[in-house]
Each structure stands twice: as structure tokens, then as C-alpha cells.
Design a protein around this ligand. Structure first.
Ligand SMILES: Cc1ncc(COP(=O)(O)O)c(C=O)c1O
Ligand SMILES: Nc1c(O)cccc1C(=O)C[C@H](N)C(=O)O
Length: 399
């Protein structure tokens, strides 16, 4: 056994989160489970979900039918599940609502931010390196509200702010490089310029502390199918800071956001709280699968997850340096912990082919155009021996 394989065993033996792995389904049906390093795209299945979903379908829907909107808590699920996610992103209760996709929530947040910022401010600053959907939606939101979009790389955002800036949309962790941006400093610079800060937490929620309340973030959005393991297409969430809720003017004021939805009133009167962030009927099956998936967080401090995430990514880098010939790949994820999310991105010209070979060897990461091998590390179900094995297989896939 190599020194690194022994080191991995020792690290696994000391891992306080190791028992969490048993709460996930990691068998891939091949007889010899591989290593899943794609939880930053689609999280693995928590073992409690299938039975919970079966109950929702068979009993809540099949037997209780319409009564489930009240008796099974369907109607209030968006706020209830929002409150389950809230501690993971540093939000107090009553500020997170679950529903719709991240793309739709980006739209709600940006239009509402522009409306709150006032007509004098006619520019929306957007992370130029963003996951594309945010840029597309920002462009449309700007056009609809008489604004222009200014794409800026995150390191230059502070210098780009002005009295024209209405809102700034940033990613907490970059989807491609895995770079963690400085949410406290950027939020405070945005506020100093009189603008609103809107954060996309897709690649940080469930992987590291976010501190929304602590840092005074105005609005935030994120998906639940990555580190929160909610399942394919599970609903996203929207955070509206408590003191902004009365001003939040949704561009999608559906009946679920009405103060009295069953009043069926032809005129619109928004709910006074975070319910304003809702639109139409919630997608109950996905939403309750997510609720069951969140059970794995019971007793897990996000700080412990962050500590293990950094240890896993550090160990992966050590293994890659040891096993992969120098110069064959270039790490594009920052080394500094303060600038690293929970993924490692390695660049090489033939990344697409390399990832195909790696997946054939049972190590599942993903390829991001044009030349990035992307590996996501989910501390709740990954161990150090997985990491060592992945790096060993990577060496073979790179040959
Ligand atoms: C940063 C970021 N924003 C948004 C999305 C997509 O959102 P949606 O769930 O609307 O497809 C993703 C990934 O799909 C993402 O990585
Ligand atoms: N949402 C996805 C999907 O519906 C299909 C395939 C991948 C995804 C993803 O989440 C991609 C992911 N946001 C990324 O960072 O690349």
C-alpha cells in the first residue's frame, strides 16, 4: 500500500462525519461502486428519500388527496423547507422560501432589486464569469426594467460600482474554477455604493458557511440539487432579508404570494413576509423529496462540513501532485482556503477525452467546456480513500 493510501486510511479513521456516508445510496449498480465526484452538479440520493416520496404519493396524494394541502402541510411547505435550509446559509427563520428554479429566482431577485434601488440607478453589474443562465436572465431583467447590464469579473467589481449601480449579481463559488468569492467584502462594497447585493449560492450552500444575515446580504438564490442533495430538478430557494420583505415587489406576483390567496380577489395585495417570493402552486413531489433529503443535516454543523471539504480538496491536490506527471494538468482552483469552494478544477487540452476515460474507470467527475476536469467533493458522503483512489485512476486516465 502506498504512503498516500495509508494516510487516507488514517484520515478516514479520524473523520467525525464518516458515519454520514451510510445515509446515502452510493451503490451504482456495477457491483464495484466507483467514486462520485459530481455532487456539485447532482448530489447523491439520501437513503431516506424513496420511502418518504412513496408516502407522499401513496398516502398523502393517493388517500388524503385534496386534504393534504392542509393536513400534510403541503401549502406551507415552501416556507417550512426554507426554514430548514436557512441555518445552512446563515439565515434566521422567515427569510427563505423554496420554489421554482434558480433561473426563475434570479429573475425575481434582480427585477425586485432594481425596483427597490430606484429609477435613478440604471445598471445591473453581473459576474462576467458566471454560469450562463444568470447572465442571460440578468440581460432580460435589465432590458425589461430600462437598465443595462455590465459584465465585470469579480475581482474588478468594486472598481466598477457607481451611483448608477442598482444591483450586483455574483456567484459565491465559481462553477468552473471553484473559486470562492469574498462575500462579506463584496457585499459591503456594494452597499457602500448604495446598491443591492444578490448572491447565487448554488455552489456554496451545503458546502461552506455563507453567513447571509451576518453580512447583510440583500437577496440570494440557490439550487438544492447539488450539496443539498434534493434530487434532479428539485426546487430552488430565494432569500429575502427580513427588513426588505415589505418592499420586495415581485415581477411574478402569482396568487401564492397574495396576502389572502383564497380570497380570490381580482386585485393584488402581496403577503407581508417572505411568502411574497412565492409564485404559483408548489411542485410538491420534488419539494417533499427535498424535505426528506434535508434530514441528513440533522446534528451536522456546516463548519464541520467546511473543515472536511478543505481537508478533502487539500488531500486530492497532494495525491494529484504525487501521482500525475508534473505539467500534465494545471490546477485552476485557488490554493488559498479563503478562495476555494468545495471543488477542484484541473485544466488540460484533452480534458473531454480524459474525463470519458476516467468515468469508464468508475471515477465520476465532469468536463466543463473548453478544457476543465471538474471534481466536486461532498463531505457528507466522501472519504479520503475515495480521494486517493480517484487521483490514482486519474493518472491512468491521463496516459
Ligand atoms: C451558479 C448556477 N446558477 C444557476 C444554475 C442553474 O439553475 P437552474 O436550476 O435554473 O437550471 C446553475 C446550475 O445549473 C449554477 O451552477
Ligand atoms: N442543472 C443541471 C442539469 O439540469 C443537467 C446537467 C447539469 C446541471 C447542473 O447543475 C450543472 C451545474 N450547474 C454546473 O455547475 O455545471
Amino acid at each position: 500500500m502506498s504512503e498516500l493510501a495509508i494516510a487516507a486510511q488514517e484520515l478516514d479513521a479520524k473523520d467525525e462525519l464518516a458515519a454520514k456516508r451510510a445515509e446515502f445510496v452510493l451503490d451504482d449498480g456495477s457491483g464495484e461502486p466507483g467514486v462520485y465526484l459530481d455532487g456539485n452538479s447532482l448530489g447523491a440520493l439520501p437513503a431516506a428519500v424513496p420511502d418518504a416520496v412513496a408516502d407522499v404519493v401513496r398516502r398523502q396524494w393517493g388517500e388524503l388527496r385534496i386534504r393534504s394541502w392542509s393536513e400534510s402541510g403541503w401549502w406551507t411547505a415552501p416556507e417550512r423547507i426554507g426554514d430548514r435550509i436557512a441555518p445552512l446559509i446563515g439565515a434566521g427563520p422567515g427569510q427563505v422560501v423554496v420554489g421554482d428554479s434558480t433561473s426563475v429566482n434570479v429573475f425575481k431577485a434582480l427585477v425586485a432589486a432594481r425596483r427597490m434601488a430606484g429609477a435613478g440607478r440604471d445598471e445591473i453589474v453581473v459576474d462576467a464569469t458566471t454560469f450562463p443562465t444568470d447572465g442571460y436572465i440578468a440581460e432580460s431583467a435589465a432590458r425589461m426594467t430600462g437598465c443595462t447590464v455590465r459584465p465585470v469579473i469579480p475581482s474588478e467589481v468594486t472598481g466598477a460600482l457607481s451611483s448608477r449601480t442598482a444591483a450586483v449579481l455574483l456567484n459565491h463559488v465559481d462553477y468552473r474554477s471553484g473559486r470562492l468569492h469574498d462575500l462579506p467584502a463584496l457585499t459591503s462594497a456594494i452597499h457602500a455604493a448604495g446598491a443591492l447585493a444578490v448572491w447565487d449560492l448554488c455552489h456554496s450552500a451545503g458546502a461552506l458557511p455563507v453567513g447571509l444575515d451576518e453580512h447583510g446580504v440583500d437577496l440570494a438564490v440557490g439550487c438544492t440539487y447539488k450539496y443539498l442533495n434534493g434530487g434532479p430538478g428539485s426546487p430552488a430557494y430565494l432569500y429575502i432579508r427580513r427588513d426588505l420583505q415589505g418592499e420586495f415587489d415581485s415581477p411574478l406576483p402569482g396568487w401564492n404570494s397574495h396576502a389572502e390567496p383564497f380570497g380570490m380577489n381580482p386585485s393584488y395585495r402581496p403577503a407581508s413576509d417572505v411568502v411574497r417570493g412565492r409564485v404559483g402552486t408548489p411542485d410538491i413531489l420534488s419539494m417533499l423529496a427535498l424535505e426528506a433529503a434535508l434530514g441528513v443535516w440533522e446534528g451536522v454543523p456546516i463548519e464541520a462540513v467546511r473543515a472536511k471539504s478543505l481537508a478533502l480538496t487539500d488531500f486530492f491536490l497532494t495525491c494529484v501532485e504525487e501521482y500525475v506527471p508534473a505539467g500534465r494538468v494545471e490546477c485552476v482552483t485557488p490554493r488559498a482556503h479563503a478562495e476555494r469552494g468545495s471543488q477542484i478544477a484541473l485544466r488540460c487540452d484533452d480534458a473531454d477525452d480524459v474525463m470519458k476515460r476516467l468515468i469508464a474507470r468508475g471515477i465520476v467527475g465532469d468536463f466543463r467546456y473548453p478544457d476543465v476536469l471538474r471534481f466536486g467533493f461532498t463531505p457528507l458522503y466522501l472519504g479520503f480513500a475515495d480521494v486517493e483512489r480517484a487521483a490514482r485512476e486519474l493518472r491512468l486516465a491521463l496516459k
